[in-house]
Each structure stands twice: as C-alpha cells, then as structure tokens.
Design a protein around this ligand. Structure first.
Ligand SMILES: [Mg+2]
Length: 310
C-alpha cells in the first residue's frame, strides 16, 4: 500500500506483518504512531469498543479461530449499526498467548470477514502476549443524525428486525452435545445490521438498540433511556420453532435491531430490500415507570444474557 509505513525488525512486528499480509488491502495506513481519518462535514464521529475474552465470551472448544475473529469484529460493528452510523475504521488490540500463535492466520481471516461485512478498513491496533486470547475491537463510524436509546416517545411503535431465538437454539444444541444445529449461521456468523439501520433511520426511526444481551434486556435500556413504558405483544414476536417465546426474548447475541418510530415502516419494502423480516412487536405508552411489559404484565422473570455468569 502506498501510504503504509515500513515496520521495523522484531518478533512483535513479525506477528503484525503476518496479520497485515493476511488482511491485504483491508488494512490501510497501519504502521504510523496513530491512524488518521476523515469525517464528512456536518457528520458526527461515532465510536465504540468491545472485548472478546477467552472463556468469558467464547469457548475455544465450541468456536473455531475464524469464528472467534469474525464475531469479535461483528459484535463491535453491531453497536455502530444501533447508532445508524456508517463504519469508517476498525482498530484491534489483540492479546495473543503463545498457544494461539499457530492459529493467527485463521483468527486474521475471521477478523477480515467481519470487516468485509461492512467494507470497513482496519486502520490500526496493538499486539501483546498474555495468558488468554482477547480481542478488543474499536470501531469508528460517522453519522449525520446518530440514533440513540433515549429517543422513544409515547405513541411510537416498536419494531424488531429478523427472527429471534436462532443463537439461543444453536447454543442449546451445543450445550446438549448435539452440535450447533440448524441455526449455525445465526450463532457463528451474525450480520451487523448497518444498512438496515440506515434505512430505518432515514424513514423516521426515533430510537434504536442492537440485541446483544437479549430482546427484553435491551428493550429495557431503551425504556430507561427514553423514560417510557414499552408494551410488547408476545404473539407478534417472530422466533424460531426450536425455542419458546421466553427463550427467544431472553437470548443474547442476536445482533438484530430494535427500533421505535412515530410512523409505520413499510415492512414489505424492507423485506424486499434486505431479505429480512421487520415486525411491529409493541408500542411505547405513558406508563408510570420506565419498564417493559409483556402482554400487559411486568416482565420480571426474563433476564438478559450475562457474560460473567458463564
Ligand atoms: Mg449495543
């Protein structure tokens, strides 16, 4: 690359060179002290960071290095999608134990595939040794009017993208020793809904969040930030046959979007454009508390996915 700075000698730089060779044209301008980035006039810079740590966020016996690299990047990109931002750059801080060195190419390939989902360049990072594999992904994006969690207003409709429960069904199948099953792709290679979010933002979305902890758990964040009550109609929530509604509503790592709007979205147009369901699942009401109700009852027994509970 014309703007790439030559890296000096040494084992750490050899590792970085190996990564850069794997990433090819996806890595831009790596090797200077810091990355530089242009943002369109009038846009805001949108930034998020996310860590994937061995045995906290993934199990090496259940995930290939490629899947681990891919998911680390996509989980971070999903947060940009939730803000309706266009990803413009990715930085990766990798803690690489010696035992993982032989898997570096596969990890790099997964990271590259994650970046490819949104065509965002890898613009920098850091390598370090350590006792457990950890990938910390910083994502940069830009948006003229970022969507926030606190924008839901009384009277808004609540929509969700996709069909919920696939990751939960796949995880359950793994835990039962039956392999990953029919919903393999939804668990292993989720898609950040970046383009979908832009479409929704341009058509009047008022608030958004991506589902990382679980539908109800993340919807609670919207209710709290917007200081509203959100009523969910259980029967309207699309979910896979293999899990119950409650499992679908509590399962994490969906990376689908929840959005609110004062208008009605054209769900047929959305489906035709993205090959993905968009479903109205509830309404924002002026209840007394900032909370989520399911079919009129307070939801107390559906907890979110907690990374520290594994
Ligand atoms: Mg999020």
């Amino acid at each position: 690359l014309s703007d790439e700075v030559a890296l000096g000698p040494g084992a750490e730089f050899d590792t970085i060179r190996a990564l850069l060779a794997r990433w090819g044209a996806r890595a831009i301008g790596v090797g200077d002290d810091a990355a530089t980035l242009s943002v369109a006039r009038g846009d805001q810079l949108v930034v998020s960071v996310d860590s994937a740590v061995e045995r906290r966020h993934f199990r090496p016996e259940w995930s290939t290095p490629r899947e681990i690299g891919y998911r680390a990047v996509v989980a971070a990109l999903s947060d940009l999608a939730a803000m309706a931002a266009i990803p413009t750059g990715i930085l990766l801080a990798i803690t690489l134990p010696d035992a993982w060195r032989a898997k570096l190419d596969e990890l790099a390939d997964g990271i590259a595939e994650g970046a490819d989902t949104v065509r965002a360049p890898i613009i920098g990072g850091n390598m370090s040794g350590g006792t457990e594999l950890a990938i910390t992904t910083t994502v940069l994006g830009s948006a003229f009017a970022p969507l926030r969690r606190g924008g839901a207003r009384v009277g808004d409709s609540v929509y969700v993208t996709g069909v919920l429960g696939g990751p939960a069904a796949a995880l359950r199948s793994l835990e039962a020793g039956h392999g990953v099953g029919a919903h393999h792709e939804r668990l292993k290679f989720p898609c950040p809904r970046v383009h979908e979010a832009r479409w929704l933002a341009e058509r009047g979305a008022t608030a958004a969040i991506d589902i990382s902890d679980g539908f109800i758990a993340d919807l609670r964040h919207v209710a709290a930030a917007s200081r509203v009550t959100i009523d969910v109609v259980g029967a309207s929530v699309p979910h896979v046959d293999e899990v119950t509604l409650n499992t679908a509503l509590s399962g994490g790592e969906e990376y689908e979007l929840i959005v609110t709007t004062a208008r009605a979205f054209d769900v047929e147009e959305f489906r035709a454009r993205f090959g993905l369901l968009l479903t109205q699942v509830g309404r924002v009401t002026d209840g007394e508390r900032a909370e989520v109700t399911l079919d009129g009852a307070r939801v107390a027994n559906i907890s979110g996915h907690d990374h520290f509970s594994r």
